[in-house]
Write a protein that binds this ligand. Structure first.
Ligand SMILES: *Cc1c(COP(=O)(O)O)cnc(C)c1O
Length: 396
């Protein structure tokens, strides 16, 4: 595989092989299950680069190799969704009788997976305060096999001291898994920082256009063999159509992220000036509790942030979102467009507590002009204020 001096050139050139595709720049979508062999003997001897659709095909290979280079990984696998990439990473290295440490602010379906599937398989799971850093050493047990991190965390965006956690883990022969969907290897080179299994919900920034669901796991040297075998045994496969969309998304990842970063910073700073807002959670803000860690370990920030409103009724908070015209209300993020949703971190925590009055609004800041987004949010706050005071009159 070629080596590239810069990530920008890598994104533009990785897995471009026109001479293998009649001169066409992009790898075509190879849909297929059966791959024909010229003779029975060649099948027996496995003397063919591609043998069966599920195992490998030129489309999935093009994305896998591009990601492997981007991540600086020993190997990369593709999964049918981001969540399946998370669970694949876990189950590739953790089994019955093992102990798994999971960040308390983790993407909540992972908590559900641990509590349901993990429990049934006899995996012991404990959740830890994401701001624990090197203090995680006190939570280790003789059977601790892996630490599952996500930095910044879903909804509340705490940044973890990953290098400190990696150091403790490796001193005790424990693997570190990181969900790197928010930072991507462009802004958070997780494998370089010592992480063993780096996950992305490619659904978000890799695909980048909200038109496919896909996950990736990239491994360090010591985790690759287990990951490769587990992924193969489970029969995991990603559709060549979606894979092709992801590879196309990757070409513009750097320019899109740069714009998300710029726009989100502008909107976050503006939100901080609003009377209606109690707190803004965006690691690039100096007010963020782990801003220094972010500055040390990250090369940028993406488009996802949260803020908490001053205490209000649900009606007022809903009206804030319902009156937005440039933000859609919806799950997921990482596409070109802006999104908003209300979420409650309280019920999805156990090692820490969330005692903040007010509604948590999560925003994905898209590629629109940020001044348009701010005008839109101004209208939302106007509506919020109207209902906020109306309610006070009603109840007083
Ligand atoms: C969305 C998301 C996932 C899951 O991705 P899907 O493709 O929706 O399954 C996993 N981790 C994080 C941090 C996410 O935001």
């Amino acid at each position: 595989m070629k080596k590239y001096k810069t990530v920008q050139t890598l994104l533009a050139h990785a897995s471009i092989n026109p001479n293998q595709h009649h001169g066409f720049v992009n790898t075509p979508v190879y849909r297929g299950s059966t791959v024909a062999f010229p003779t029975s003997e060649s099948m027996r001897e496995g003397r063919q680069k591609y043998s069966y659709g599920r195992w490998n095909n030129p489309s999935t290979e093009a994305l896998t190799q591009a990601l492997q280079q981007l991540e600086g990984a020993e190997g990369t696998v593709l999964c049918p969704s981001g969540l399946s990439a998370c669970t694949t990473a876990i189950l590739s290295v953790v089994g019955t009788g093992d102990h798994l440490l999971v960040a308390d602010n983790v993407y909540s379906p992972i908590r559900a997976f641990c509590e349901q599937v993990g429990q049934r398989l006899g995996i012991e799971v404990s959740f830890y305060d994401p701001t624990i850093g090197a203090g995680i050493v006190d939570l280790l047990k003789p059977n601790t096999k892996a630490i599952y991190t996500e930095s910044p965390g879903s909804l509340t965006l705490e940044i973890q001291d990953l290098p400190a956690i990696v150091k403790v883990a490796h001193d005790h022969d424990i693997l570190v898994i990181a969900d790197n969907t928010w930072g991507t290897p462009l802004y958070f080179p997780s494998l370089e920082l010592g992480v063993d299994l780096s996950i992305m919900a490619a659904t978000k920034y890799i695909v980048g256009h909200s038109d496919a669901v896909l996950g990736t796991v990239s491994a360090s040297k010591r985790a690759w063999d287990s990951l490769k075998r587990f992924h193969f045994s489970m029969g995991l496969f990603a559709s060549p159509d979606d894979v092709t969309l992801a590879l196309r998304g990757m070409r513009t990842l750097d320019v899109r992220l740069e714009r998300h970063y710029r726009n989100a910073t502008i909107v976050a700073k503006w939100l901080e000036t609003r009377e209606e807002v109690k707190a803004v959670y965006y690691p690039a803000l100096e007010s963020h509790p782990q801003h220094q860690l972010w500055k040390r370990d990250f090369k940028g920030a993406s488009g996802l942030l949260s803020f908490v409103t001053k205490p209000s009724t649900q009606v007022a908070a809903d009206a804030l979102l319902d009156s937005l015209s440039l933000f859609s209300i919806g799950y997921s993020w990482g596409g070109f467009e802006s999104l908003a949703m209300i979420a409650d971190p309280k019920p999805v925590r156990s090692a820490t507590s969330w005692e903040v009055d007010g509604h948590l609004v999560r925003l994905h800041i898209g590629l629109e002009d940020p001044s348009d987004l701010i005008s839109d949010l101004e209208e939302g706050f106007a509506r919020f204020n109207m209902l906020r005071s109306q309610q006070i009159i009603e109840y007083s």
